[in-house]
Design a protein around this ligand. Structure first.
Ligand code: GLC
Ligand code: CA
Length: 551
């Protein structure tokens, strides 16, 4: 077998920054671009190759920047275009590329296109959005619901039609059927590429092509035509990393986006492993006991489906999800052990890993006790719906603390000083009170920190071709506490074992994994030999590299 050629984003690790919560340089309580620049040395030390920057564009911040009012301007609270150019240059000097968050399913209602569109039915930009006449009774054209709660249609009284918004009413959906709109988007993308960005993370890319009259709001028939057109018209001939967000992606669908001969994207974010842990009817607002067998089966299916073509993205968390250690580990007694375990279990899979800010410190969910502490529009909207349905507030808060988006959005914990060193002012959302113990300063001073494990894993990916290209092999698939898999090339094999429980567990090691090698990384005493049986400490995880004679 000839070894496939390696793309730069296959050996790099991506780090996601939520600018509002990362580092505040001027004391207004809001993170900003100069703040990010001041932390680049920290990120270089971690070893990442790419920063995915959540939106920094001009925006009324109804959805913290995922509602863009000008694609070619930086929001004043985040800085200026000059700051952004400096970020690109300073990051590049440290071998780090910048991914922009491309939010083109919708704009803000303050975008000049929408401002014009709602003036009259014959406005220049009317057709850039999706308008429909009211139903016979004057109500919304269909009963489609918005992701953030309530109808996905809002009446525009001045022109007597409803416009579509799959998210908040201040995020009108763009009409991708319009070729002029599409051309304007590609032109905007090229403008950013020319400024030297490394690529794009594409917000809800699965939603851009819809056929609302037939009830299709995701994965519409023209979706892949549009993505291919976008590829041809913008990043196609560059080395850009492109990753599309799709909550509906199946492994087969992911091959369409990321297959070798498809000329679409580098990879997609899929969420099957996230949703597998959600309640069947109440979704993420009702906590459900963690199910490892289910999680492993989803991850394995994706690993096998994209073994020879396409490429996976690997992640536990992002700005929409709870903190990884709280969700999949133990954020109490075993916080450090289980955070390292999660990192080890994920980073040896085949794909490109994404680290969400603070994950490398083992940051945890927040213990909010009152609705006044929450900031996220989705959480606030859902709270209203649950309250109107008569559900007790305490139950809603418990659900929001378990799975709500604000968990990921509390300020990055830099030091044990006031406001965790995030700001000299009052942060826009409260700091997690555990910052006194959990912070970057403490992590950097401790060679056994969660940070140190991430740093090691990120470095190994650059050194070991088997970590990048090795064939995935699942083991112990029905084991309820232990995840085990191998990555295999003709001359090397990595064996990974991770105990997902707080118990000491004894496992029978499958013959394929037995043998002696080098300890690559672990969160306990180094393991170099796997025999017939193995006793694992609570949350113990490790990887062993076995060199194999060429055959
Ligand atoms: C994506 C983003 C999320 C945002 C939504 C609407 O899911 O990750 O934060 O609210 O799209 O843009
Ligand atoms: Ca600021």
């Amino acid at each position: 077998m000839t070894e496939p050629s390696t793309r730069w984003w296959q050996t790099a690790t991506v780090y996601q920054i939520y600018p509002r919560s990362f580092a505040d340089s001027n004391g207004d309580g809001i993170g900003d671009i100069p703040g990010i620049i001041s932390k680049l040395d920290y990120l270089a030390r971690l070893g990442i190759g790419v920063i995915w920057l959540s939106p920094v564009f001009a925006s009324p911040m109804d959805d913290n920047g995922y509602d863009i009012s000008d694609y070619q301007a930086i929001a004043p609270e985040f800085g200026t275009l000059a700051d952004f150019d400096r970020l690109i240059a300073e990051a590049r000097a440290r071998g780090i590329g910048i991914l922009l968050d491309l939010v083109v399913n919708h704009t803000s209602d303050e975008h000049r296109w929408f401002v014009d569109a709602r003036v009259s039915r014959t406005s220049r930009y009317r057709d850039y959005y999706v308008w429909r006449d009211p139903a016979a009774d004057g109500g919304p054209p269909t009963d489609l619901q918005s992701t953030f709660g309530g109808p996905a249609w809002t009446l525009d009284p001045a022109t007597g039609q409803y416009y579509l918004h799959q998210f908040s009413r201040r995020q009108p959906d763009l009409n991708w059927e319009n070729p002029e709109l599409r051309a304007a988007i590609y032109q905007m993308m090229n403008w950013w590429l020319a400024r030297g960005i490394a690529g794009f993370r594409m917000d809800v890319i699965n939603l851009i092509a819809k056929d609302v009259d037939r009830g299709i709001t995701a994965d519409g028939p023209k979706l892949h035509d549009y993505v291919q057109e976008m590829n041809r018209a913008s990043f196609g001939n560059s080395e850009a990393l492109t990753v599309g967000e799709s909550w509906t992606a199946t492994p087969e669908g992911a091959l369409l986006y990321s297959g070798r001969d498809r000329n679409e994207l580098s990879m997609v974010f899929q969420f099957e492993h996230v949703m597998a842990q959600w309640h069947e009817t109440w979704g993420k607002w009702q906590p459900k006991p963690f199910d490892l067998v289910r999680l492993k089966s989803v991850l394995s299916r994706w690993q096998y489906a994209l073994a020879d073509d396409g490429w996976n993205s690997l992640f536990w968390g992002n700005h929409d999800l709870p903190r990884a250690v709280s969700k999949y580990g133990d954020d109490g007694r075993y916080r450090v052990q289980s955070a390292k375990k999660l990192a080890i279990a994920l980073h040896f899979l085949k794909g490109t890993p994404y680290v969400y800010q603070g994950e490398e410190l083992g940051m945890t969910n927040v213990p909010f006790t009152a609705m006044s502490q929450f900031r996220d529009i989705e959480t606030l909207n859902m709270h209203r719906l649950h309250r109107d349905a008569g559900l007790p507030e305490a139950d809603f808060i418990a659900g929001a603390n378990a799975n709500g988006r604000d968990n990921a959005r509390t300020p990055m914990q830099w030091t044990a000083g006031p406001e965790a060193g995030f700001t000299t002012g009052t942060p826009w959302i409260e700091v997690n009170p555990n910052y006194v113990a959990i912070n970057a300063e403490a992590a950097l001073a401790d060679e056994n920190s969660v940070f140190a494990t991430y740093r090691k894993l990120i470095a190994l990916r650059r050194q070991l071709p088997v970590m990048v290209h090795g064939r995935y092999e699942a083991h112990l698939e029905d084991h309820q506490q232990v995840m085990a898999y191998s990555r295999v090339l003709p001359d090397a094999r990595i064996n990974v074992v991770a105990n997902f429980s707080a118990n000491t567990v004894t496992v029978t090691i499958p013959p394929a994994m037995r043998g002696t090698g080098t300890a690559l990384v672990g969160n306990g005493a180094p393991v170099t030999t796997l025999g017939e049986e193995l006793q694992l400490a609570p949350y113990q995880a490790f990887a062993v590299l076995v060199e194999v004679g060429a055959d």
